[in-house]
Ligand binder design. Sequence first.
Ligand code: GRF
Length: 187
Amino acid sequence: TRLIVFASGTGSNFEALAEYFADRPDVALVGLVCDHKAAPVLAKAEAAHVPTILIDYRAYPTKAAAEAALVARLPQADGLVLAGFMRIIGPTLLAAFPERIINLHPALLPSFPGRSGIADAFAYGVKVTGVTVHFVDAGIDSGRIIAQEPVRMRPDDTLATLETRIHEVEHHLLPTTVDHLIEKGVF
Ligand code: GRF
């Protein structure tokens, strides 16, 4: 099974995926797509010997044009895993991988979609938040849910301590969910 990971920033979830599948001859991370040339995830991909594909969306007149150029550069793959990729996927990329793109979100969807799910849940004062893995559709964090894991708020939590626990959950929920999808033949 050949997977491409998309990430925009730190890449701790990319790293978790690379470590989880490192000794699996049946699974290969065949590319890391990144939209920021200064993102730390790029060095992590190089360290893991995963080829990087840098895409500068601003170099294209439209998202469709950028995605068409990107699709042309992607290696052959069975699935795309968005792990901290901070862009909405457009129809061009969706059509190239129908039902084959999943996303990681740091809240219990459909609550707190968007780019600051952890902080939004914390500010709202919910007692339980968590992590979601879902299929990507044309909306924002709106596709069919594949897996969720709750994270309980603690009375002494700060945003920072909550973030730490959310990321810990992400680092095992994402790889195990990907593994499950491979097992079921989705990817
Ligand atoms: C994760 O919390 C993910 O859920 C969110 O962005 C963060 C990416 O973290 N969409 P990292 O780059 O994998 O460390």
